[in-house]
Design a protein. Sequence first.
Length: 254
Amino acid sequence: MDPLDKLTIDTPEQTALEFPLAGVGSRFVAMLADTAIQVLIGFVLFFALTLSIPALTRVASIASQWIIAAMIVSFFVIYYGYFAIFEALWNGQTPGKRYTQLRVMKDDGRPIGPYDAIARNLLRIVDQLPVFYGVAMISVFCSKQNKRLGDFVAGTVVVHEKNVEAARPFQETQIDAAAPAYNIALITIDELRLIETFLQRRDTFDPALRGSMAAQITTRISTKLAVEVRGWPANEKFLEAVHSQYRATNRFSH
């Protein structure tokens, strides 16, 4: 992969996390899927409001004007609110992004919040000009991180990501009940977040990168805990065990 096609984040623990950036093609496919859903929602809403006009005009003479106003507001919400609402609630994904395995995240690797989702999607008003997101495509092509204007304002990027469990990192190896109890009190919150980020994202990394990152993080954590861990898959099993024991103390939460 070209170095320009990935986002590299240097963590406080001096370990680099890498995420493949989404290009115009994959984002366009996601947009097509989301647009199809928006059209369907808009058609259903338009049909329902149109059918209600005759009944409501019998109640008030200006009812039809209010319905037209409601249509305009509703279509604005569907077009722009659709993306902001889904990205805020689905941790940076819309149905289209989930289908294409894309995700919006902050420049520093953190999940986006409601403000970020609203900010990046309000700028669609400009990004879509003059037609077919012309401004957005120019911005993506000129940006090293494939950002449209909304991403610059919100401080976000769109990355490729395989489906992973969002609530907690998946366990690829079975935790040994007889494993030694580590001195979890020595581990900082930032180090636990580093471990969790790796466990959640590892399946999206190239094998060589995955092995290298696991080794770097394991070396740092095992040194602090004064234990010896050698090679793969022992290092990933060690990280899973450390994270599992830390979570069991109820000291760590999202």
